[in-house]
Design a binder for this molecule. Structure first.
Ligand code: ADP
Ligand code: 5GP
Length: 213
């Protein structure tokens, strides 16, 4: 499992991550789903709700930047070699080779920055990454699984998004079938059929979770 040990020394501030997780302030919302289910769309909407006080954890990835994406906002785009250096330097809280040669990882420095500033953190990670983050962060995290209405709908969304080749879409769909079997390991399952309904349900669940100290 690609999870940094709880007691690993935090690279920037020299405290253990277990200490950081035990800080009195700061909660986490974890969003996971098969690719194309609508995570990015939902996360953007939720980050825009100011009363949630949420900041997006910008992951590092070795995949190619898409045309509309912004370095440092959507991802930190780095090479495979740089990614592997960060793994060795224990800069990730978790990381995955989500697709062959496409690495993605949650940087400890992102969470530190967000929690120290007094805000809550929101993650958009793959299904295994989501389960791992929930294990690490525990009760301070709400893990949400976003479910597509069907595999056919997922395929159509990926095709319409036009960001991946036909071959890459097939790879993502094959992985999605397996990912759907993990939904019961999350705190909440939201079906993203009609977007407005999914947005409303997600807002409600997050509002309930953030209410409690
Ligand atoms: P992910 O981040 O999970 O890969 P995206 O948010 O990029 O997914 O959504 C994939 C595509 O599906 C996008 O083109 C998005 O506009 C579209 N989409 C998202 N939610 C819905 C929905 N409820 N109905 C139809 N299309 C949707
Ligand atoms: P995409 O290439 O479509 O942006 O993302 C592909 C998958 O990688 C998505 O499921 C996304 O949630 C996931 N992902 C993005 N960042 C991370 C991360 O830091 N860790 C893990 N485990 N998955 C991530």
């Amino acid at each position: 499992m690609n999870v940094a040990p709880d007691e690993s020394l935090h690279p920037k501030i020299g405290i253990t991550f277990a200490t950081l997780v035990n800080m009195p302030k700061g909660k986490a919302i974890i969003f996971s789903a098969p690719s194309g289910a609508g995570k990015t769309t939902l996360v953007r909407h939720i980050v825009g709700m100011e009363d949630f006080n949420l900041s997006f954890s910008v992951s590092a990835t070795s995949r190619q930047k898409r045309e509309h994406e912004i370095e440092g906002t959507d991802y930190h785009f780095i090479s495979v070699a740089e990614f592997k250096q960060k793994v060795v330097a224990e800069e990730f809280l978790e990381w995955q080779e989500v697709y062959k040669d496409q690495f993605y990882g949650t940087l400890k420095s992102e969470i530190e920055k967000i929690w120290v500033s007094g805000r809550n953190v929101i993650f958009d990670v793959d299904v295994v990454g989501g389960i791992n983050l929930k294990k690490i962060i525990g009760g301070k995290a709400l893990a949400i699984f976003l479910q597509p209405p069907s595999i056919e709908a997922l395929q159509l969304r990926l095709r319409n998004r036009s960001t991946e080749t036909t071959e890459k879409i097939a790879m993502r769909i094959a992985k999605a079938k397996n990912e759907l079997t993990f939904s019961n390991q999350f705190d909440v399952i939201i079906v993203n059929d009609v977007l407005a309904v999914a947005q409303e349900e997600t807002e409600k669940k997050i509002r309930e979770f953030l209410k409690f100290e």
